[in-house]
Design a protein around this ligand. Structure first.
Ligand SMILES: Nc1ncnc2c1ncn2[C@@H]1O[C@H](COP(=O)(O)OP(=O)(O)OP(=O)(O)O)[C@@H](O)[C@H]1O
Ligand code: SF4
Ligand SMILES: [Mg+2]
Length: 325
């Protein structure tokens, strides 16, 4: 059995704003095993990015703060690490790729220089060795003519190539965990498929775990081993990818699945869950989904349903499944 690489334990990350406290991540627990891809899915504002930023310890403070819970990485609490130890972890053990590569790539340096810098910093290679490594990484992410591309500037490359360069940078230190926050959302469908293929290959080759954040269930179906569904700062369902798609239990998950476009479907007729994610400030003690739920009962308006294990490896937070517990 693969070991746990990451464990979120009752994590609470809040933002203290002028309007009130935003409970962006509100008592979240789940694990990522070695070599596993865990998909985090949910509508905009559900706390997906804040969960990953908490893991990287990159929550802007103020206004944000991890107020409770713990995050274990390789069995050790990352919340107890010094800033310097944390920088080591961020550079060597976990890497992140974002939706928009231009924000992570520096326009005034060649891509080779930028990959080399990351390698020199974290692996203490000479300049020449680092350049070789950069070319090797550019090849690994499937960009042809790596020897030329190494000297190109970001604006000379296509969007898909820039995304590959960013993946090359993220992987140049052989991280144990790759955090991919909407890695393909800005790309067109063909390039998106290529980047996903690339991530899958790399995971197999390097046994990297991936925390894959997306609102796109199609991407989850293709990539994830395990899925965590978040709603308004909470995990409402989690299961293996097969179980989640075959046997979704939470009404929110079923809604998300209904809104997943089928191939050839007319986008305009796409179902979307009625209503909106509630304002995260001053949330009442009831099921956060009750305003939008067709199956809401009395108890749903009075108490928050706990996340319980319905069958091995399948958890759900919904009063529909509480009977007989
Ligand atoms: N710096 C901040 N100050 C105040 N509130 C914040 C800050 N960053 C995030 N939030 C709030 O935290 C909540 C969760 O945001 P988060 O970015 O994690 O959502 P998300 O699930 O990643 O959404 P998206 O799919 O749009 O990226 C939101 O309500 C957001 O407004
Ligand atoms: S707890 Fe109630 S309101 Fe919430 S999702 Fe389940 S049935 Fe719907
Ligand atoms: Mg986000």
């Amino acid at each position: 059995m693969a070991k746990d690489l990451v464990e979120f334990r009752n994590l609470k990350t809040y933002f203290y704003t002028e309007d009130g406290i935003v409970k962006a991540v509100n008592d979240v627990s789940f694990k990522i095993k070695e070599g596993e891809t865990v998909g985090i899915v949910g509508e905009s504002g559900c706390g997906k990015s804040v969960t990953s930023m908490s893991l990287m310890r990159l929550i802007p403070n103020p206004p944000g703060k991890i107020v409770d819970g713990d995050i274990l990485f390789e069995g050790k609490s990352i919340l107890s690490l010094s800033e310097e130890e944390m920088r080591e972890v961020r550079g060597n053990k976990m890497s992140v790729i974002f939706q928009e590569p231009m924000t992570s790539l520096n326009p005034v340096f060649t891509v080779g220089y930028q990959i080399s810098e990351a390698v020199i910093l974290h692996q203490k290679l000479s300049k020449e060795e680092a350049r070789k490594k950069a070319i090797e990484m550019i090849k690994l992410v499937g960009i042809p003519r790596a020897e030329e591309i190494v000297d190109a500037y970001p604006h000379e490359l296509s969007g898909g190539m820039r995304q590959r360069i960013m993946i090359a940078m993220a992987l140049s230190c052989n991280p144990r965990l790759l955090i991919a926050d909407e890695p393909t959302t800005a790309l067109d469908v063909t390039i998106q498929a290529q980047i996903l293929d690339l991530m899958r290959n790399i995971k197999e080759k390097l046994n990297t775990s991936i925390m894959l954040i997306t609102h796109d269930l199609g991407v989850i179906a293709e990539m994830a081993d395990y899925v965590v569904v978040m709603y308004a700062g909470k995990v409402v369902e989690e299961a293996s990818v097969e179980t989640l798609f075959k046997k979704p239990m939470h009404p929110y998950t079923t809604g998300l699945l209904k809104s997943k476009p089928a191939l050839n479907q007319d986008e305009k007729r796409l179902y979307s869950i009625p209503g909106q994610v509630p304002n995260p400030i001053g949330m009442p003690d009831n099921c956060y989904f009750c305003e939008r739920c067709e199956k809401a009962m009395d108890i749903c308006k009075k108490q928050i349903p706990p996340l319980i294990e319905i069958e091995p490896g399948h958890k759900v937070a919904c009063w529909l499944y509480e009977e007989g517990k």
